[in-house]
Write a protein that binds this ligand. Sequence first.
Ligand code: SF4
Ligand code: SF4
Length: 378
Amino acid sequence: MAKVSVLGCNEYNYKDLYHTLKQSIADLGGLEAYLESGKRVLLKVNLLMKRRPEEATTTHPLFVKALADILVEYGMEVVIGDSPGGPFNEKALKGIYEVCGYNEILGPKISLNTNYNGIHVNFDKGKLMKSLDVIEILTQVDYVISVSKLKTHGMTRFTGAVKNMYGTIPGLKKAEYHYTMPEIKTFSEMLVDVCYHANPVLSFMDGIVGMEGAGPSGGDPRQIGVILVSDSPYALDVVACQIVGINPLSVPTIERTIERNLVTQENIQLVSDKIEPYYIDDFNIPNIQGVGLLKNKVPKWMDRIVDYVIKPKPVIDKDKCVGCGECALCCPAQTIEMKKQPVIHMKNCIRCFCCQELCPVKAIEVYRHPIGKKMLKM
Ligand code: SF4
Ligand code: SF4
């Protein structure tokens, strides 16, 4: 049985966070059930990009601070880290740590990761990925804990504990994986392999203020008011989806984990409050259905037309764009040409929406043809 604790917490107040996290951990059986005191643990947070905590794109620093303090009191040495969307180097991470508020949460035995190396590892247990590149710090700690943010995602509908582990893949290597596995089924299979490899012993989710709509970075902050903790990242995602009204089976990563028997909805034990009081029935959930909807239902010669009408595509808002070039840098298909402003050559676009995810000023929108929009509602 996978255990999941769901407790209410309405604001980023250190005292409340500390006590709620302590209670969640106690609900799960205490740290001693999962960690040996005196060892080193990586808190794999979500630091997607340079965003202030109140923008709800990244795991809130006070949440991480309260958790790190609890772990240190127990006798752990804590390293906080992530490999965000762009390059994985000192310059990029320095700016991210600063803007995201992480420089203020350090203390004795609590540090930020400054090892920017990647390492190639074999992984026999992987379904798709028999070997992969990971951030070296992952191999230099005794335990990994996932500390994610509850958000929607334009490609995978939801991003939580499992997708958070994609940040164990170094920098632009993520773009390469996106490019070589553009289909959502294969991509989500790879994400589950990456999480399975990282093997978080505990998973925490900052669901106090999450993100709805065009997540994981272009959406809107939304008050949810919960902290979720589990001994299974797969079970945690199922419960988080239920809270915000997302059908877990409509999330490709959850579909894959169910296929692999990593979780079943019957094998989840709630060890804390009832979750019904936290349900949100008007959470803005992105529609990720694409061309697959009509696959095999139309003649082959219509594929291109269907593709044009149904498939969403990235569109630049020229008034918002500041010409920083981040989108061109992160595009796995290298199909964005930087002039004064970026130009997307759609022919090679794999619709991964990394550009939208990493645009610092939300200048890239996901456009869907009006006929396509109508068809998806049918
Ligand atoms: S243009 Fe954007 S959506 Fe298309 S491949 Fe590049 S990053 Fe992905
Ligand atoms: S679209 Fe966004 S990421 Fe791309 S150049 Fe403009 S501001 Fe930068």
